[in-house]
Design a protein. Structure first.
Length: 317
């Protein structure tokens, strides 16, 4: 088993065609076919089956392609680390950002690293916290933002920010940022909420229990963009982190107010794997991400957020 065979395996699995894989790898088609066949002989199992739609990985092929992709990524990272320019931090770093933080953090992070560490190749992934944690556990991310996560044996977690949840409604509801809304009032309206099992939904369900109110859930979705779209269209109210609706509230397309009775906060942490050494490039990106977050909170560009060292107001939970 060698690197060329692993590249052939991954490429065929991704494009579903030996012919197309050969073009991408700058090889002739028989060479790619031979590499796949050699792998199958060594492993003793078929890795692909031919269908009308092309080459489809078998169960064994899908497993091998997934593992091979990670091995090739690690080799690429190692090559970048061991061939540095003296005094320059180099390497490939994959960062996970929560969907609600991308508008605030992605561009400033990229700009700062391009200026201060041009030798770092940055790869940004965005998703919900549960997906990001799984990718970090699987080794597909080097570091990521997560929320409401307690310490785990496999991860190093650094608390960063506590952020308040807000009630969100059409502008006609007259919500204001300086007038918090009790949970019971929000629950008087149909609600557009994250799907059950989502970490944000767990916070909302817990608040409903503390407020002793029943929620009328009109729609469940796993998209913050869809939540806001449905609220604009009049399908109900919703509850989101302040950062997720700051721009909408500022331009008047949505109304929003902090949630109270009870106040609900989410805790955002920086997660990194405990396993193995931390490359200098990953450390540099982590430092810059922390700097961007601190600056955003201090400059009040992150609504109702407080750095973890600063206590929440009395009475908030």
């Amino acid at each position: 088993m060698d690197v060329r065979q692993l590249k052939a395996l991954v490429t065929v699995a991704e494009v579903g065609s030996v012919t197309r894989a050969a073009e991408l790898l700058h090889l002739v088609q028989p060479a790619v076919t031979r590499q796949i066949r050699t792998l199958e002989e060594e492993l003793g199992v078929p890795l692909f089956e031919r269908t009308r739609q092309g080459m489809r990985p078998t169960e064994a092929g899908a497993i091998m392609a997934d593992r091979a992709r990670r091995a090739l990524n690690e080799l690429e990272r190692a090559r970048a680390e061991v061939q540095p320019t003296p005094g320059v931090v180099t390497g490939i770093v994959t960062v996970g950002l929560l969907e609600s933080t991308t508008d605030l953090l992605a561009e400033p992070l990229v700009s700062a690293l391009a200026r201060d560490h041009p030798g770092i190749e940055l790869r940004l992934m965005t998703a919900y916290s549960g997906h990001l944690q799984q990718w970090l556990d699987d080794g597909d991310l080097d570091l990521t933002l997560l929320y409401n996560l307690a310490d785990t044996p496999s991860l190093n977690l650094r608390p960063l920010v506590r952020e308040r949840l807000w009630v969100v409604a059409p502008p006609s509801a007259g919500l204001r940022g300086d007038q918090p809304v009790p949970f019971a009032r929000a629950a008087e309206h149909p609600l557009v909420l994250p799907a059950a099992g989502h970490a944000l939904r767990s916070l909302i369900d817990g608040a409903a229990g503390r407020a002793a109110v029943e929620m009328d859930i009109a729609v469940q979705t796993n998209s913050m963009r869809v939540q806001k779209q449905l609220v604009r269209a009049g399908h109900g109210w919703t509850i989101l982190p302040g950062l997720g609706i700051a721009e909408d509230a500022a331009d008047g397309t949505l109304g929003a107010a902090p949630l109270c009775e009870p106040g609900v906060w989410r805790s955002i942490v920086l997660g990194m794997s405990r396993a193995g050494r931390t490359p200098p490039a990953v450390e540099a990106v982590a430092r810059e991400l922390l700097h961007q977050i601190t600056s955003a909170v201090d400059q009040e560009r992150w609504p109702s957020a407080r750095l973890h060292t600063r206590a929440a107001p009395t009475g908030d939970t």
